[in-house]
Design a protein. Structure first.
Length: 453
């Protein structure tokens, strides 16, 4: 199941990019269709223009051949061509038949053209290939070129190429504009879901106060409103449960105190001793529930303030070192020479460190070693407790900080299953984290807190 989830996450594409890809495919398909349609239209236009070009060119060639035969040369041919397209001898054409032309001698030199700048230029090989020879009495006397799709100006593209170029430029401009619009629309459409996803993750991490804007149109606004309503109900339920746990633990504490007093006054026998043990367990459980509910509810006796961690860890280490010595353990304390300061609640941090030290001493057999240390790594203060105890089963690592969870190998040891849950709540309440890992000799717990300033 986890592998399938990892595969889905690996190939997951955000909705924003899904929309962007979908719109881009539409643009490509539409643009490609437009290009193919334009190309097909131009392909159909080209034969029609070529047919007209062939007919008109032969008529021109015949008339110019007649002129050459009458005049014995090309002198004065400009007078004939000057009336083109609607002068004498050129009926029935008018300006609708306008074409660029060039009349050249047999060596390709242009002697008359619609563009005076072309006079004296020699036709290049591809122009000669398309030129119509002018023949008089089986003798070639010149060349005629008419260009319905391109002009004779050097470097000027053909009409087809020009039209295709403009068509592609227009398509590119349309595609670019469409892509910008798609980008804006995609971002606008995906933003509500992005906000909702971020809010859902915050709720999953324990922040029940987060809400999402509801000003989105349509289903997105309805979904945001439904999420906020659900978050309100979840927050109300959790707060009610926490209040119930806190009140119940507080109410149970009073009769437990009375029960312990009665047991202390009762004759001392095995039954009374067993009852005292169970009362102690209930007292420890109610105290843990009270502490945990207060931390999770944000109830702090003292506000967070700059707190020097070196003297705090040293004091707690020395206190628990005596307990470790009584249990036959070696206790190591590692402290930095430079001060380490965090913004925190001293009572809560003492409780968290105390829970870690209690567990290490409890689960380490006689002759073992318990180490506690502090150091600063970049902008984090790292507090660790390491022991040579029974270790943590791999299957318990992911649930170790859940309330009431106890490891599979801890059945023979007393405890409520709330100590590490309190450590996690304190760490998160200070903007930090806590992690557990196995070592070669036992287990190591690392509490990371952001440094102050």
């Amino acid at each position: 199941m986890n592998e399938k989830l990892k595969m889905r996450q690996r190939f997951h594409i955000r909705l924003f990019w899904q929309l962007l890809i979908a719109f881009a495919l539409v643009i490509i398909l539409v643009g490609g269709g437009m290009f193919l349609a334009g190309r097909a239209a131009l392909n159909r236009l080209e034969p029609l223009a070529r047919d007209k070009y062939t007919v008109v060119t032969h008529i021109w060639a015949d008339r110019l051949a007649g002129y050459y035969e009458q005049q014995g040369g090309w002198a004065g041919v400009d007078a004939l061509v000057a009336g083109y397209p609607c002068g004498p001898g050129w009926e029935p054409w008018d300006e609708n038949w306008q074409m660029d032309y060039a009349l050249a001698t047999t060596d390709g030199t242009i002697i008359s053209a619609s563009d005076d700048e072309q006079l004296g230029r020699r036709l290049v090989h591809w122009e000669l290939d398309q030129a119509i020879p002018i023949v008089v009495n089986d003798r070639q006397v010149g060349f005629l070129t008419l260009f319905p799709f391109y002009h004779l100006r050097l470097g000027f593209p053909s009409v087809i190429g020009y039209a295709l170029q403009r068509f592609l430029m227009a398509g590119l401009a349309i595609g670019t504009g469409s892509l910008i619009v798609v980008l804006i629309l995609s971002r606008g459409m995906s933003r509500p879901l992005v906000n909702l996803t971020a809010a859902t993750r915050s709720v999953a991490e324990g922040d029940l106060s987060v809400r999402v804007p509801t000003g989105y149109p349509g289903e997105a606004g309805d979904l945001a409103a439904a999420f906020n309503q659900m978050a309100d109900q979840v927050e109300e339920t959790i707060v009610t449960l926490r209040r119930f746990v806190s009140d119940a633990a507080h109410e149970i504490h009073t009769p437990l105190t009375a029960l312990r007093t009665n047991l202390e006054l009762a004759p001392d026998d095995d039954f009374v001793q067993r009852a005292k043990v169970q009362v102690s367990r209930l007292e420890m459980l109610t105290e843990g529930l009270l502490n945990l509910s207060r931390i999770e509810a944000g109830e702090q006796v003292e506000a967070h303030a700059p707190l020097a961690m070196v003297p705090l860890v040293q004091e707690m280490g020395e206190l628990y070192a005596s307990q470790g010595e009584q249990a036959g353990l070696t206790f190591d304390l590692v402290l930095p020479e430079t001060p380490v300061t965090v913004q925190g609640n001293e009572a809560q941090l003492r409780r968290a460190l105390g829970n870690l030290l209690d567990n290490s001493i409890k689960f380490t057999p006689e002759g073992g070693t318990v180490s506690v240390g502090l150091r600063q790594e970049d902008q984090w203060a790292e507090l660790w407790v390491e022991d040579a105890g029974i270790g943590i089963p791999e299957e318990d690592l992911s649930h170790l900080f859940s309330r009431f969870h106890r490891g599979r190998n801890t059945a023979a040891y007393p405890g409520s299953g709330l100590g590490l849950a309190i450590v996690k709540a304190v760490a998160e309440g200070h903007g930090g984290t806590v992690m557990a890992e196995n070592t070669e000799s036992g287990a190591r717990f690392t509490l990371r807190l952001p440094v102050s300033g």
